[in-house]
Write a protein that binds this ligand. Structure first.
Ligand SMILES: Nc1ncnc2c1ncn2[C@@H]1O[C@H](COP(=O)(O)OP(=O)(O)OP(=O)(O)O)[C@@H](O)[C@H]1O
Ligand SMILES: [Mg+2]
Length: 296
């Protein structure tokens, strides 16, 4: 095999003109890793959890740019909404919303109604919205509600935060479905201040990447999907250490860095990633971006 370091898809792209290869590199892609698979399985279990008065909830927690939204998108792809052939309502196994920018009860209902393509009259009272949301969601065979950026609900005044958290409790109880929150560590702290919520939300952490066998597997996967003609040995020293060091260990930064390096390797004709490609590809590490912003 000529390109044994590549996946079949990447091997089929590697002889394309440079611009097309670059386009391919920039496309979104999913790379499986153990922790993601583990959380996906737990979500599957939660989806078929028997109905009980107090459903378990989950909080997917991680730093920004560390793959939380990609993970839940993967799960949503597996469980798309569908017409219910035997009944009149559609089936929505997973309702995904983004939390409104602040702890605002009306905003939560608006996000749900918008996601369901329901009318959202400005004049409608919060009480009426709440009733309507619950009535609709009871009709759609809902599996669970996912709320991304849930830490937004923890911004603002304490009373409003409590109110927003009570909305989650109310929806969970009323609909008898699990609530899956997705957010940063701040969300965990907020949930823990409420004993009732603390024992219902199990945190599932997407930790930052460290130097271990799992990281080596991730680097090998990146190498297999980046259509370069030569092997780079990303999973070995010194490349693996440099990538981890420059990116500060989030999958999003590693992906950006490796994409930029691969594009650089195509443009220079080098066709493999080396330490000097990493340094020469104009990637600005997150730490330096913060410094630059502080100087502005
Ligand atoms: N499984 C994966 N395979 C390949 N790339 C990934 C994967 N997960 C995340 N990424 C990369 O990381 C980037 C950031 O991921 P994502 O948007 O899921 O982060 P996040 O944790 O939701 O961040 P934020 O808290 O800022 O919303 C993605 O745009 C993608 O480039
Ligand atoms: Mg996100």
């Amino acid at each position: 095999m000529k390109y044994s370091h590549l996946s079949d898809t990447a091997a089929s792209k590697v002889e394309l003109p440079d611009q097309e290869r670059i386009q391919h590199i920039k496309k979104p892609r999913w790379i499986g890793y153990s922790r993601a698979k583990d959380i996906l399985e737990k979500l599957e279990d939660l989806l078929v959890h028997p109905v009980q008065p107090r459903m378990p909830n989950m909080l997917i927690v991680g730093e920004t740019n560390n793959g939380k939204t990609m993970l839940v998108e993967k799960f949503r792809e597996r469980h798309p909404a569908s017409e219910n052939p035997n009944g009149e309502a559609v089936k929505i196994p997973v309702l995904y919303i983004q939390a409104p920018p602040g702890p605002d009860e009306r905003g939560i209902y608006n996000a749900i109604l918008n996601r369901l393509f329901e009318a959202n009259p400005r004049s409608e009272s919060v009480d009426a919205k709440r009733d309507r949301v619950v009535a609709i969601l009871k009709r759609v065979s809902l599996g669970f509600v996912m709320i991304d950026e849930i830490h937004h609900l923890m911004a603002g005044a304490y009373v409003k935060q409590r109110n927003a958290l009570n909305v989650l409790k109310y929806l969970g109880n009323e609909l008898r479905v699990p609530i899956v929150g997705i957010g940063t560590a701040e969300a965990v702290r907020a949930v823990q201040t409420d004993p009732q919520l603390a024992n219902r939300f199990t945190p599932e952490v997407l930790p930052k990447w460290t130097r271990n066998a799992e990281l080596a597997r991730l680097m090998s996967s990146f190498e297999r999907v980046l259509p370069l003609k030569e092997a780079s040995q990303l999973s070995a020293s010194p490349l693996i250490d440099r990538v981890l060091d420059m990116s500060s260990g989030t999958i999003g930064e590693m992906s950006t860095l490796l994409n930029m390096a691969a594009i650089h390797a195509i443009k220079t004709g080098e066709e493999r990633i080396t330490v000097s490609t990493l340094e020469g590809c104009q990637y600005v590490p997150p730490a330096q971006r913060k410094q630059a912003a502080a100087l502005m």
